[in-house]
Design a protein around this ligand. Structure first.
Ligand code: NOJ
Length: 771
């Protein structure tokens, strides 16, 4: 089966990225292994010895700033964000030696795209359409995290999102559930391996469960309201894939789903995740998410988080969360504080509390923490344990694979390294932003700036002119808004433009480094505009006026409105936040050492007003037609399409996809699959990568079906003139869908198949599903 194939393949995939065919975009339905009997015996034995107070401590998860010796002595369950191995060992010693039952603490951390060796942000990694990029990132991140004593990572983030305004779109794999599923599986396999008890592995926490990627208006934490079919067809699949790949833990989300907060949602947590999918690990709440379900008290100062209003007060919030299925409470302490009272009032049950504790202990036994609770401090402080030469090389390869060539008029790229190059722009000699949001323990000083990368790769002279400002607006004190608006943070004034123009005039070619700073992406960083902040467009116009060949290299964490940029620039390279080796990787691509092969995992709108705009939308009864009034369009936009669509990306060479053949034009609902083969040929003169993408469309169904749905892809490397046959297999799990009562249905009828190199391109054939 398809899912099985990916899980098996990733299980044996070597850490190095490479090979001609690197991405098998296939998914499988492998079940979570049944709980190991000896682990269950140990869990039950330990549970039987625990007092209620000890159980309530076990479901408590504290931050690095909260944990005290008294908590460790009382038997607290988990601690996150503590990365000092001496402190980790200290609290673990207290827990192991001074608590009554000697239960180890589970230490967790947000290793999202690297611990010290920072890889491209996940949205960038997804652009590679190569799951080995994510698997390598997670493998190195797990090893480095485990080296300091971390045993759980709050990753992968698998929130499908159609919201470029939302800052957290940077943390996932974009707008497609299938691509998110493939990358989720890769990250789980990288972090956990086949046994997360291994000394270089950690348990994954899949987040944010669920539908957090669709906040209304793109504002973080905002509510989500959606149909059952959308929930199941778009947002749940990556979680299911991660659980099937063995992910040991899950984090419930801040947002309300159809009015019910993610961490107090019995339907999603217990009915679906635990009962329907058989998940036997634990769910931790997001940060104070349990407390946030309370109505805000009349006098709010210092009363702590609140707001959803599905619980009247702290005790009710605790009861709702625990009884809904949340097993562990992050930062707020209501279950711990009110648990005894709630038990005696019959508002929570001992059975449910025991179930939560059992799940937490199960993960701790599987993680090997009882046998190996401590970290090797000598190794943890040895610089040789981190950011090794080979890890850096892997980060460079990953970043190169993640970059997307959006425009290349008149073959502006690749640049000639022997010519003189003017590097211009606020991000030209910038280490800080290369790391993106969630930089873990990455350091700005580790990062290679674009200028450094270009200097290393050039034989011609290289100059740098910043042209305008770029503020590092990071770490504002808690609860204080960043002091500047985006337009102030970047390129506030044009006083440096004259120097930039002079530098351009003195060079043969120009690299313009533009974008967003890393503080504009990530948690609580929604934007209401999607253009380049500040006066960056004016800078482009000034450079354009010199007549010099130039390329815009973009560093950013979300789809931007690039309409003006594209109209004024001959070449655009989307570099995302590329990680610690960003400058070297960008130089590799700019000078042609690496031929770009990334594709967009998310649509880039023409204008912010088109949002949400995504390739896998449903059709309407009045499909968009800009030449006619009475249909679904904007009267002030000349096109219904995004500027750059999902799956789009150019190369320095050209490819053709031909000869689509189906092995059968009939699929039996419970029978063998249908295979589709195409020939992909490098029709240009450089070796390069193409991502062959297979989409389906069900033109007649009981529920209107998306105009296209990605169901498979392969990234292939081809020499000039070389042709490869690429084969995909579809079965009924691909053509079926969830209806509004939550049933997976495979309906008889036609299925259209498209195979090509983007979501708007492709050869077409069809087959019929019969019972
Ligand atoms: C809040 C974020 O939403 C979540 O992604 C993160 O894992 C936790 N904070 C812990 O840092």
């Amino acid at each position: 089966m398809k899912l099985r194939r990916l899980v098996l393949m990733l299980g044996v995939m070597v850490v190095a990225i490479g090979g001609a065919v690197t991405a098998l975009g296939t998914l499988a339905t492998e079940k979570v292994p049944p709980a190991d009997k000896s682990v269950e015996t140990k869990v039950n034995d330990l549970l039987s010895k625990m007092t209620t107070e000890e159980k309530l401590q076990q479901v408590q998860l504290l931050s690095d700033g909260q944990i005290t010796d008294a908590d460790a002595r009382a038997g607290v369950g988990g601690v996150f964000s503590l990365t000092d191995p001496a402190k980790i060992n200290h609290f673990q010693h207290v827990a192991m030696e001074e608590s009554r039952l000697h239960i180890p603490i589970l230490f967790a951390y947000d290793t999202i795209h690297g611990y010290r060796t920072v890889f491209p942000v996940p949205l960038g990694a997804a652009s590679s359409f190569d799951p080995s990029v994510a698997q390598t990132d997670a493998t190195i991140g797990a090893r480095e995290s485990a080296t300091v004593g971390i045993k759980q990572v709050y990753s992968p983030m698998v929130d499908v999102s159609h919201e470029p305004r939302w800052g957290r779109i940077v943390e996932g794999a974009g707008e497609d559930p299938y691509l998110n599923s493939v990358f989720a599986v890769a990250r789980v396999k990288g972090a956990q391996g086949s046994d997360y008890g291994a000394s270089d592995k950690v348990v994954s926490s899949v987040k944010h469960y669920v539908a957090y990627g669709q906040p209304e208006g793109g504002r973080d934490y905002n509510t989500t309201d959606m149909s059952e079919q959308r929930l199941r067809n778009l947002y749940l699949p990556p979680f299911k894939a991660a659980i099937d790949a063995g992910a040991g833990t899950v984090m419930c989300s801040f947002n309300a789903i159809n009015g019910v907060p993610g961490c107090a949602n019995h339907y999603t947590e217990t009915d679906i995740l635990k009962n329907e999918w058989g998940f036997d690990g634990f769910i931790e709440s997001d940060y104070t998410a349990v407390a946030e379900t309370r109505a805000c008290p009349p006098v709010t100062p210092n009363e702590g988080p609140c707001g959803h209003g599905t619980a009247a007060d702290g005790p009710s919030a605790a009861a709702n969360a625990l009884m809904a299925g949340t097993d562990s409470e992050m930062v707020s302490t209501y279950i711990r504080d009110y648990g005894q009272q709630l038990l005696s009032q019959g508002k929570i049950s001992t059975a449910r509390l025991d179930d939560a504790v059992r799940r937490i202990l199960r993960v701790k036994f599987r993680a090997g923490l009882f046998d190996h609770p401590y970290v090797d401090q000598a190794k943890a402080v040895d610089p040789a344990s981190f950011l090794t030469t080979s890890d850096r090389a892997a980060a460079r390869t990953a970043a190169g694979k993640s970059m997307v060539l959006l425009k290349n008029e008149g073959q502006t790229l690749p640049l000639d390294p022997a010519k003189s190059t003017a590097v211009i722009g606020p991000f030209g000699d910038d280490q800080h932003d290369m790391l993106g949001p969630w930089w873990g323990q990455g350091r700005d000083d580790d990062a290679v700036s674009l200028l450094t990368g270009i200097k290393a790769a050039s034989t011609g002279t290289v100059t740098f002119t910043q042209a305008c400002n770029r503020e590092n607006n990071f770490d504002p004190p808690n609860n204080v808004n960043p002091p500047l608006e985006p337009d102030q943070e970047i390129c506030r004034d044009d006083s440096g433009f004259a120097a930039a123009v002079a530098a351009a005039n003195n060079a043969d070619q120009v690299v313009l480094a533009l974008g967003e700073n890393r503080e504009m992406s990530g948690e609580a960083n929604a934007r209401s505009e999607l253009d380049l902040p500040g006066r960056q467009q004016e800078l482009i116009d000034a450079i354009k006026a010199t007549g010099k060949p130039f390329v815009v290299v973009l560093f950013n964490g979300r789809p931007l409105d690039l309409t003006e940029v594209a109209a004024s620039s001959p070449a655009i390279l989307e570099a995302w936040f590329p990680g610690v080796e960003g400058g070297n990787a960008a130089a590799d691509v700019l000078f042609g050492k690496v031929n770009p092969g990334g594709k967009l995992p998310v649509s880039f709108p023409r204008r912010v007003g088109q949002v949400p705009i995504y390739y896998n939308h449903e059709p309407t009864g009045r499909p968009c037609d800009t030449t006619f009034k009475w249909n679904s369009r904007y009267r002030d936009l000349p096109s219904c399409e995004p500027l750059y669509e999902f799956g789009y990306g150019l190369s320095y060479t050209t490819f053709s996809v031909s000869n689509l053949k189906l092995n059968s034009h009939t699929m039996r609902a419970n029978g063998a699959g249908v295979t589709a083969t195409v020939d992909v040929k490098n029709t240009g003169s450089r070796r390069g990568d193409e991502v062959v993408q297979l989409y389906i469309h069900d033109p007649v169904a009981s529920i209107s079906q998306p105009v296209r749905r990605l169901r498979d892809f392969q990234r292939v490397t081809l020499d000039p003139g070389q042709t490869k046959s690429v084969k995909f297999t579809l079965d009924s799990s691909d053509v079926g869908f969830y209806d509004n009562s939550g049933r997976f249905v495979v309906e008889p009828g036609t299925i259209d198949v498209y195979v090509g190199n983007s979501s708007s391109d492709g050869l077409k054939d069809s087959f019929t599903v019969v019972r």
